[in-house]
Design a protein around this ligand. Structure first.
Ligand SMILES: Cc1ncc(COP(=O)(O)O)c(C=O)c1O
Length: 440
């Protein structure tokens, strides 16, 4: 089978142009790399809009109440990316002062923002109260007491959701599983914390409990755990005589990074979530709540592509052909963190047959800095460009300055437009980690 024109992992506007180069939204990736340098991250606007439209269509089809998408900003977020999402009408789930600030300055209304975090600081809670956001998602009984004190001091009632942990195991990498009984996140059902939190919130004059939330983990392809978790949220609410106006079963629906990953259409997710909420409401005789989904990866991953240049090559005594790229661990720590799998294409010879087995490694001083342990590609040489698909979610947002590497630039692409969303960091910029020897 000719796989050279299968771009199902890449943004929806990906083609091979008349030069035989990979092109996205009509832009030759080799031209973009020549202009902006590598490593380089590009985002295809059409793909983001298509993903969002898919969720809205599914909501319309399966859910009779109000439903909203709140982008999980821990996936890629920058002011201009956030402004694009705000203009598309999404909400946002934020963690920490940085994400709060970017969401605020990007033009999101306060009414579509909720604040997560298992250890929110006083400054973060104050910022959320100042902005009067949709909800602060209380993660523990300790945090509830702290927030109540802050709210009372300000004479301001805080709108809250409770993050409930259903003590369920889901099928994903342990580092991105959040709902099991030993999780650091949320108010666990098993030990009675969830029930106690509902009762305490309902009794407090300074807390307005508007909803319940749960988040099972990330890169999940099975809908059944969502059904179980939502049913448990309704059970604990009913047992404590509480009817939520808003329900958020989090994000976490998986995406395809390689051809080996399962189909990632969101229909099973949205259908299961919507049906379970509606069936549960019918069971308890409750009004249908507003449904809030928090996709991060599912909205952003496929829209993003990472571009790298090929540098040094060698063959080890063990016979491995090693090809080094000019990025790696610092712009994408996911392989080292979760043994994440990726694939790549040669930009300038996008349709050439893959004939050479190689290992793609990064340029950083860690043996674990391997982008793809084994891949078969057309032969490559110094200066060739490699494009890694599904790079739009947790690569740049988890990037570091390891080896004092500059974090790469990110571009937003439309047919007739290239916008630089974030510039490549420069070592002589203010704030860069150059020790000047001068006293501040
Ligand atoms: C509370 C919460 N919501 C949503 C998400 C987004 O997950 P994903 O990007 O897998 O959709 C996360 C990710 O960690 C999360 O912690």
């Amino acid at each position: 089978m000719d796989t050279s024109t299968d771009f199902s992992l890449f943004p929806i506007t990906t083609t091979i142009n008349s030069k035989g180069h990979l092109s996205i939204a009509g832009h030759d990736l080799a031209d973009l790399a020549a202009t902006y340098g590598t490593p380089l991250y590009i985002y295809d606007g059409a793909t983001i809009r298509a993903q969002l439209d898919r969720l809205k269509t599914l909501f319309k089809h399966y859910y009779s109440g109000e439903a909203m998408v709140a982008y999980a900003s821990k996936a890629y977020f920058s002011r201009s990316f956030a402004a694009r999402l705000a203009a598309l009408g999404t909400g946002s789930d934020v963690v920490g002062l940085g994400e709060i600030h970017v969401a605020q300055s990007a033009g999101f209304p306060a009414s579509v923002i909720h604040l997560h975090g298992n250890n929110k600081t006083g400054a973060e809670l104050q910022a959320a109260l100042d902005w009067n956001i949709q909800a602060i998602v209380v993660d523990s009984l300790d945090e509830m007491a702290y927030l109540e004190t802050l709210a009372a001091r300000r004479m301001q009632v805080a709108r809250i959701w409770l993050r409930i942990t259903p003590d369920l195991n889901v099928n994903t990498h342990p580092h991105i599983e959040t709902s099991h009984s030993d999780s650091k996140f949320g108010l666990h059902i098993q030990n009675g914390e969830a029930a106690e939190a509902i009762q305490r919130a309902l009794a407090s004059p300074w807390l307005n409990l508007t909803g319940l939330h749960t988040h099972l983990g990330s890169q999940i392809f099975e809908a059944e755990p969502y059904r179980q978790a939502i049913e448990m949220l309704f059970e604990v609410a009913a047992a404590n005589h509480y009817t939520p106006q808003e329900i958020s079963p989090g994000g976490g629906w998986g995406v395809r990074y390689t051809d080996a990953d399962p189909i990632d259409d969101a229909e099973p997710w949205v259908k299961t979530v919507a049906e379970t909420v509606q069936e549960s409401c019918a069971r308890y005789g409750w009004q249908i709540p507003r449904l809030v989904l928090e996709p991060g990866r599912w909205l952003a991953a496929r829209a993003g592509v990472a571009l790298y240049s090929v540098g040094t090559q060698k063959t080890t005594p063990a016979g491995t052909h090693i090809v080094a790229i000019d990025g790696g661990l610092a712009d994408n720590p996911r392989v080292a963190l979760y043994q994440a799998h990726y694939t790549a294409r040669v930009v300038q010879r996008a349709a050439a047959p893959p004939t050479e087995k190689m290992r793609l490694v990064g340029k950083f001083c860690e043996s674990g800095d391997v982008l793809i342990p084994e891949i078969v590609l057309p032969p490559v040489e110094r200066g060739d460009l490699l494009a890694t698909p599904a790079a739009g979610a947790y690569q740049l947002s988890m990037a570091s300055n390891y080896n004092l590497a500059a974090r790469p630039a990110a571009l937003w692409l439309e047919d007739s437009e290239v916008e630089v969303m974030q510039c490549c960091e420069q070592p002589d910029q203010p704030g860069w980690w150059v020790y000047s020897g001068q006293k501040p």
